[in-house]
Write a protein of this length. Structure first.
Length: 59
């Protein structure tokens, strides 16, 4: 489920503060997806900033 139909459901297993994402639950700081994919843009990730939510979609 996502927020695209205006029927957001906060997935309490996935905390997220990226309110610019179309999948953000908006009213609470959670993702609305059942699952997300986390990846990296680095060859050898060493810090939090090396990781990306690859399920991000601009609102
Ligand atoms: S898809 Fe990723 S960035 Fe978007 S709300 Fe969910 S966890 Fe946050």
């Amino acid at each position: 489920m996502s927020c695209e139909n205006g029927n957001c459901r906060a997935n309490k297993c996935i905390e997220c503060e990226v309110t610019q994402c179309a999948n953000h639950a908006k009213t609470e700081n959670y993702c609305s997806l059942d699952r997300i994919k986390v990846g990296t843009h680095e060859a050898n990730p060493t810090e939090v900033k090396c990781t990306d939510c690859e399920s991000f979609k601009l609102d």
